[in-house]
Structure formats: C-alpha cells, structure tokens
Write a new protein. Structure first.
Length: 360
C-alpha cells in the first residue's frame, strides 16, 4: 500500500479535477487533517507533491489554489485555431503562445482553418467529440457574424474555456478577445501622414477580416478630424483568396490594379500590413516611382519584411512577444476560473525611410 501522503495527494487531485474551471482554493491544512484523519506532516507532504506537479500554487497568507491543470494525462491540452500557417507573423506569435502554455504545464495543438468557416466548423466538431481544456481561436472572416456560434456555445457549456485573438465575432460578444487596437492604429498612421503635409492619402485593406475594416475606419476618422477629404476612390480592398494567391504564387494582380486605379494622384498609402507594403513597393518600383520621394508608404506589424524591403518601411508594432504572451496568460486565467475582459493592445510607431513629406 502506498504511503498515506501519496494516497491523500491522489484524493486531492480528484478534488481539483472536480472543481476544474473554478478559482478553487483547497481547504486549510487543519481542515484537511480533520477531514481525512491524517497528521499535519502528511498533509504538507501531499501538498508538496501537488505543488511539484504544478497542480497548486501557494499564496502567502491565503492558502493553496489550483493552477488549472487537471494532472491527468492528455487532459491538459489547448487547441489553437489559426487562419494560416504561412503568414509571416505566425511563427513568432505561435512560439510565444506555446512556450507560455508549456511553462504552465499545458500542451497545445495547432489547427489551421485557412480562414474558411466550413473548415473551422469541422475542427470545432472534432473538439466537441474530443474536448480540450481551452480554445484559442483567431476566427474566420471575422467581419461577418459566424454561423459557428452554436458550436462555440456548446463547447463553452461543456466547460471549455474560449478566447479569441486578433479577431472576434460580433454575434459572440460575451466571449473575450485579445486584439490589436486596429482603429487606433489606423488613426495614428492617418495623423502621422497628415502631420507630414499629405492630403491625398490612399489605403489598401483586407475586407473579410475585422482587422481590415477597423484599420480603414481609423484612417478615415483621422482624415475627418483633420478636415481632409476621405477620397474614397483612393481606398481599395482585397480578400483572403487574393492574399492566398499573393503568398503562394506571388500573384500581385490586385496590387497592380490598385496602383492603376487608386494611386493616380495619391502622395501616401496606408497598407493593411508589412506584407502588402512590401509587394506594393515592388510594384511601384516597376513603374519607376520612388519611395518616399514620389509616394510614402506606411503599414502595420513591423515584421522582418519592413527591414527586408528595398526601402525600410515605416510601420506600427507591439512590444516584443506581447500578443502571444498576453493571449496565453489570459486563456490560463480563464481555465483557472478567473474572469477575463477583452483587451486591445496598443501600437507603437517605428519611423523608417519609406515615409516623408509629399512631393513639392
């Protein structure tokens, strides 16, 4: 027969698992001694076992609390749903997500939706059949309400913690999200360009994800507040299918069309992200347009592409590791039973060579 403290540790593991999803505080040492008829030394040794297995954390003057881990093999997995595994921003975000979760004792599984609502539904159905502790979801075509709200609601009802990142759905308002401050970012770039003297500002944004429409709204709001014409004819949009063709086949057809139709008199462009800015600069160089002497380019993300470009690109960025780390920390809070409120992470402007005053 195993030692008493091992037996007690096993009983306490069951107690923790029964209270999964709550901010569970274990009974005091005295209460455990009385309930299980053991000595204080046995209780302390059992708690040490749980602490060593990261199942509890001791808080000075408060007691022992469950960390959210169940302690059962295969039960502490978190599903991460992303729209693509090829885009340049994902390796860093995923690495930060997984390392933060792993440090807390959780495993993770990546599911790629290709930004397809139907594929997202297939994955959610799999997760209903094989439940996980939590789901981190980027959401698909988030500019629209999701028809998959029924599955998200069912998953939440069976105790799965759910957190959205990058995007969120309008018809799931009660599920929290960690997002970029897209409106604030668009507004910042608009104000920056107008401060340089630009009055004819174009923009190109992704149309089927909420990030694109929010960034465009921020830009147009900045122009409004500066009493500068919106110039809606200078705004263009692209969708997931066009982005996929750009990434897989370097098909820049929609960017070429943007240059021809929207940039006739523009002196500056706000791009959806570094990737679009990078390829747009190439398109402009083919037409012998100089950056920034003829046209200024600014964008979002400040990735390696902003440095790799033939002209370093003025871009917005977050603090290093912020998105992945903050997102992982918040899903862990949800799993512990702590309430989480939605957050918008602020942008910081990194000014480089691609922006300057308009041509004389």
């Amino acid at each position: 027969m195993s030692a008493k403290y091992i037996q007690l540790a096993s009983l306490l593991k069951n107690l923790i698992e029964e209270n999964a999803g709550d901010t569970y505080r274990l009974p005091t040492e005295a209460a455990l001694c009385q309930k299980y008829g053991v000595s204080r030394q046995t209780v302390r040794k059992a708690l040490s076992v749980l602490e060593a297995e990261h199942l509890i954390e001791k808080r000075q003057g408060s007691g022992s609390y469950a960390t959210g881990l169940s302690g059962r093999a295969g039960k502490d997995n978190i599903a991460i749903l992303i729209c693509s595994d090829t885009e340049y921003i994902y390796p860093g975000v995923l690495a930060d997500l997984r390392s933060t979760l792993q440090e807390a004792g959780f495993s993770s599984t990546i599911y790629v939706t290709d930004n397809q609502v139907s594929k997202e539904r297939e994955i959610l159905q799999q997760l209903l059949e094989n439940p996980v502790r939590g789901i981190l979801s980027e959401g698909c075509k988030t500019v629209f309400p999701t028809p998959n709200h029924d599955l998200y609601n069912r998953l939440e009802q069976i105790g799965t913690s759910i957190l959205f990142f990058h995007g969120n759905y309008a018809n799931l308002p009660d599920l929290p999200s960690i997002k970029d401050d897209n409106y604030g970012g668009g507004y910042c770039l608009g104000k920056y360009l107008t401060s340089l003297g630009h009055k004819k500002i174009a923009g190109i944004f992704k149309v089927d994800d909420i990030q694109g429409t929010e960034r465009c709204f921020g830009l147009l709001s900045a122009l409004r507040d500066e009493n500068i014409s919106f110039g809606e004819s200078r705004i263009s949009y692209f969708d997931t299918a066009q982005l996929d063709m750009l990434q897989k086949r370097q098909d820049t057809g929609f960017l070429s069309e943007f240059v021809i139709k929207q940039l006739k008199d523009a002196t500056a462009v706000v791009c959806y992200n570094d990737e679009i800015a990078y390829w747009l600069i190439k398109e402009l160089s083919y037409r012998n347009l100089r950056i920034p002497e003829d046209i200024s380019i600014v964008c979002f993300d400040n990735s390696y592409l902003s440095e790799l470009s033939s002209v370093q690109i003025t871009s917005l960025s977050h603090k290093n590791h912020e998105m992945g780390t903050v997102t992982a920390e918040n899903i862990l809070k949800l799993i512990k039973g702590t309430s989480v409120t939605s957050q918008k992470l602020p942008w910081h402007l990194s000014i480089k060579r691609s922006s300057g005053p308009p041509p004389a």
